[in-house]
Design a protein around this ligand. Structure first.
Ligand code: ADP
Ligand code: GLC
Length: 497
């Protein structure tokens, strides 16, 4: 389809992480797959990301495009370099070794402590995103839309407000409202923002500065990663103190806050082509899933019988993800003959509780603390059921991987989980929509009750096969979301302030 002359053609996509090189969670996956899907719709996309060591090593052929000697105040000089990823899709790396060439994670050192200069590190990323989107860009490439993602890039909208007048439309996507980029308000000067930005209309949030609030306030439009989460964040329960700002945006102009459901990268997550699993399979060869189940049991030291359901979980081990609820529900699950395989890392106290649980139940519960991409694939393929009892979940990717892998998920009905998982009932089985199990209250009792229901259905192979097929039949890929983003960009153009 030809793009009309008014349609945006060039998108600058700013993000703090991109898989497979730098990933702490779903944002890394999204930042790899969504720009690729956008490029496939005909848009020209450049992904702006800090030049972390893994990216520097992966792209030795990158070309320096511009040097920014004075980004302002305490922001350090940087070089923008470019590397090609696929047709119409390039990386723009922000090279500033003093900020980004560090061993550890993108946000934390190896000991799990936040880098002390994160305000400057992500202030620089935001500052340069705003510059490249403005009429003052040093590049001969002028984007129509700057698409910011999460707090690490959200300050771009404030730089546009206070430092640039003209340029691209700026849109910001919220992947998780719980992370806001809060710093002392006095850092405003170091970040080269004027004193006027210290007001409630600027970046101030309860006496601190909030990168995310700046983005919510000053972007032309906002989105989040599922329709249900778009509604939830406008209420105090899920608003993390920003629900008032979000309600204001939502009510002021229709379409200022939209929810676009993420997809999954079907190049990476497809059971028929997955090289990390023991035996690839599809909906017509589900019997092969048993081989993955056996391989998972062997890898994790689980004692299995034919009638013991294997429950998998891959997650940050945090309260958001309901990691504590699974600990409380574990005795009840074991009493029903279940085996548990858990892969994750996060909160030290919850990690210790998980380890203790595994130590108390050898052969029945296996806990792997750490980040292990290959094991994540084997769990998706080898488990019978997948657990995702999140207290809140903006979108969630793992439940979609599970659905695509014929591993029905047991989820709390919130955010993107509510938008993707259809609870198994006589009615949804009859109309062919049932694909998993959902529960309401954020309690271990409710989780256990849903998992017990799931185990009962699992013991009825005919019904189970229908559930698996329903999940596998849908295309969970990015194409529908890419079309919605393209339309969202188009309708954002006239709105630039
Ligand atoms: P979030 O971004 O909130 O952590 P998502 O479900 O959107 O949750 O995405 C998490 C991503 O990170 C998925 O691709 C998941 O497989 C991956 N992941 C999380 N923890 C681990 C782990 N310990 N090992 C491997 N992959 C993990
Ligand atoms: C965040 C959310 C998760 C979402 C991901 C990608 O990390 O917690 O629900 O899937 O971003 O949008």
């Amino acid at each position: 389809m030809a793009l009309s002359p008014a349609a945006p053609r060039r998108i600058l996509f700013a993000t703090p992480e991109i898989a497979p090189w730098v990933k702490t969670g779903g944002l890394g996956d999204v930042s790899a797959a969504l720009p690729a899907a956008l490029a496939e719709t005909g848009l020209e996309v450049r992904v702006l990301v800090p030049a972390y060591p893994a990216l520097v090593a992966a792209f030795p052929e990158r070309v320096a495009m511009a040097r920014i000697e004075r980004p302002g105040a305490e922001l350090l000089p940087a070089t923008i370099s470019r590397a090609a990823l696929q047709p119409r899709l390039d990386l723009l790396l922000v090279e500033c070794p003093a900020f980004y060439d560090r061993h550890g994670g993108p946000y934390q050192d190896r000991g799990g402590r936040d880098w002390p200069d994160n305000a400057l590190r992500f202030g620089l990323l935001s500052r340069l995103a705003a510059l490249l989107a403005s009429d003052e860009t040093p590049l001969d490439w002028h984007p129509d839309v700057l698409h910011c993602n999460d707090w690490q890039t959200a300050l771009a909208a404030a730089y546009r407000r206070y430092r640039h007048k003209a340029g691209a439309a700026i849109v910001t996507t919220i992947h998780n409202l719980a992370f806001q980029g809060l710093f002392p308000l006095s850092r405003v000067h170091a970040l080269d923002l004027p004193a006027a930005a210290m007001s409630i209309e600027g970046v101030e949030f309860h006496g601190q500065m909030s990168f995310l609030k700046a983005g919510l306030q000053h972007s032309d439009r906002l989105s989040t990663v599922s329709p249900t989460y778009a509604r939830e964040i406008c209420e105090p329960d899920h608003g993390f103190g920003l629900d008032g700002v979000l309600r204001h945006r939502r009510d002021r102009r229709s379409g200022d806050l939209v929810g676009i459901l993420n997809g999954i990268d079907t190049r990476q997550w497809n059971p028929a082509t997955d090289r990390a699993i023991a035996a690839p399979y599809n909906a017509r060869s589900l019997a092969l899933k048993q081989l993955n189940r056996a391989a998972l049991a062997e890898r994790c030291g689980l004692a299995l019988q034919a009638d013991t359901p294997v429950l998998g979980m891959i997650s940050r081990i945090t309260l958001q993800k309901g990691a504590d609820l699974v600990i409380e529900a574990a005795p009840g699950l074991l009493a029903r003959g279940a085996r548990l395989v858990i892969l994750g890392s996060g909160d030290a106290g919850l990690e210790a509780a998980w380890r203790a649980l595994a130590a108390a139940h050898p052969g029945r519960i296996d806990v792997q603390i750490g980040f292990d991409e290959a094991l994540a694939h084997l769990i998706e393929a080898g488990a019978d059921l997948f657990l995702m009892p999140s207290r809140f979940e903006p979108c969630g990717l793992n439940q979609m991987y599970s659905l695509a892998y014929g591993t029905p998920p047991v989820v709390r009905a919130t955010g993107g989980l509510a938008d993707t998982v259809v609870d198994c009932t006589p009615r949804t089985l009859a109309d062919g929509t049932a694909n998993g199990f959902a529960f309401g209250p954020p309690s271990s009792d409710a989780l256990l009750a849903a998992a017990v229901r799931a185990i009962q259905v699992w013991r009825d192979p005919g019904t189970w096969r229908r559930l698996q097929h329903n999940g596998m039949a849908r295309d969970w890929g990015w194409a529908p979301a890419a079309r919605q983003y393209a339309e969202w960009y188009r309708s954002s153009l006239g709105r630039a302030r």
